[in-house]
Design a binder for this molecule. Structure first.
Ligand SMILES: [Zn+2]
Length: 407
């Protein structure tokens, strides 16, 4: 009998303890370049190019509105004087200063309140860290769900809130049909090879191949928009993967992995959804880091008190885990047609990449790379395609039975 916790530990220790924001660079990072990609009254997108990964955090200040980005152990060599910013763009000016202990502080002057999304681009030979900062004008404080998911958002508890709290959910009267968004997350990548088989096959390569097949299959479906968290062999942190799913407004998130165990006999595919324990630790994070988690599936959490925030997050998580279990069941039943199963029901575990409180998310272990015959199968192009087809069928089955409204 396999103890699943041990098994998880092997593959996932790496996942759980790899934080995208922590870098142990011995030299200071240098901010070499700040580029303004777009700057309008409502949106400004910047690229920050750094020589090393740097630990950073951000927060907003009011009166006047500013975004402050603090980088640890970072020097500035970027020129900030001739950026194409004006009094009419949401970011009107960027200033740099030094912080205690080798730090760099960037202050972005804003002409109105904004929301922020920070994502990363793959490193280049020149820049080890490339941050994309998206600032958007925050609509009015009464958030509107632009992509309602009735299973996830139930307005009932909000009705019971004191009259002093404005209702936050108002459904648009007409919602144009939209495409369903699938985000595929090929596990590991770059410096993180994942598990390796006895024949030397790396998990990061086979999961990318299967993900690419799945990407192409879904791209051919007119009602679906599909993205991947990584398109090549480069490293992305776990939290960045979640951010990408949020940025792309995913309806579902599919992480693709391959399993490994210390013996060579373990076989079969398995599918995971988030455990309740993982959900509650994420809820605590959302409550603690208000600046970073200000929006939940279109609902603006800014200005909501802790009780209301936790009700919203909890409601959303409960519904999302149940959607994820449905999705996982549909995918598992399709995979069972082409592969033995390691476990015949969807398992639950506190994987970081499954923690989006408002996006149905599953992790597919496509087989055991530590088993010689499954290692061969997983590195075979025809088998990869079969696996991708099975996952696609499971996704289609799920969407047919659980269509998000407006889609
Ligand atoms: Zn893995």
């Amino acid at each position: 009998m396999l103890d699943w916790r041990q098994k998880l530990l092997r593959c996932l220790c790496l996942l759980v303890f790899t934080s995208p924001l922590v870098a142990l660079a011995s030299n200071n990072a240098v901010l070499k370049q700040v580029k303004v990609n777009t700057a309008t009254q409502n949106d400004t997108q910047l690229t920050l190019n750094l020589t090393e990964p740097a630990k950073y955090q951000w927060f907003f200040l009011q009166n006047p509105n500013r975004l402050v980005l603090d980088f640890q152990q970072t020097d500035n060599q970027a020129s900030l004087n001739n950026l194409p910013l004006t009094n009419n763009t949401i970011v009107t000016k960027i200033r740099a200063g030094t912080r205690a202990q080798d730090g760099l502080r960037l202050v972005l002057d804003l002409n109105q309140p904004a929301s922020i999304l920070v994502t990363s681009l793959p490193p280049t030979s020149q820049y080890a860290e490339r941050l994309i900062i998206d600032l958007s004008a925050r609509a009015n404080n009464n958030a509107v769900i632009t992509t309602p998911k009735p299973a996830t958002y139930q307005a009932t508890p909000l009705m019971a809130t004191p009259a002093s709290i404005k209702p936050v959910i108002s459904l648009p009267s007409h919602v144009p049909p939209r495409k369903l968004v699938v985000v595929i997350d090929p596990g590991h990548g770059g410096k993180d090879p994942g598990a390796s088989g006895p024949g030397g096959v790396h998990e990061k390569d086979v999961v990318l191949a299967i993900s690419r097949d799945l990407y192409k299959l879904l791209q051919n479906q007119p009602g679906i928009t599909v993205y991947m968290t990584r398109y090549g062999d480069y490293y992305i942190g776990l939290r960045q993967r979640l951010q990408i799913a949020r940025r792309d407004k995913a309806d579902i998130f599919i992480a693709i992995h391959a399993d490994a165990y210390k013996d060579s006999y373990s076989t079969g595919a398995s599918v995971f959804a988030l455990s309740v324990r993982g959900a509650s630790s994420e809820a605590a994070r959302w409550l603690a880091e208000k600046e970073n988690y200000s929006e939940l599936g279109g609902v603006d959490l800014n200005g909501k008190n802790d009780t209301l925030r936790s009700v919203l997050i909890d409601l959303s998580q409960t519904a999302t885990i149940s959607s994820s279990l449905w999705l996982g069941g549909d995918v598992l039943s399709q995979i069972s047609r082409i592969s033995p199963l390691h476990k015949d029901k969807v398992e639950q575990a506190p994987f970081v990449v499954l923690k989006s409180p408002d996006i149905a998310s599953i992790l597919v272990e496509t087989g055991f790379i530590s088993n010689p015959s499954e290692e061969r199968a997983l590195s075979n192009a025809a088998y990869q395609q079969k696996m991708a087809l099975a996952i696609e069928s499971g996704i289609n089955q799920y969407f047919k039975q659980h269509p998000p409204s407006s889609a």
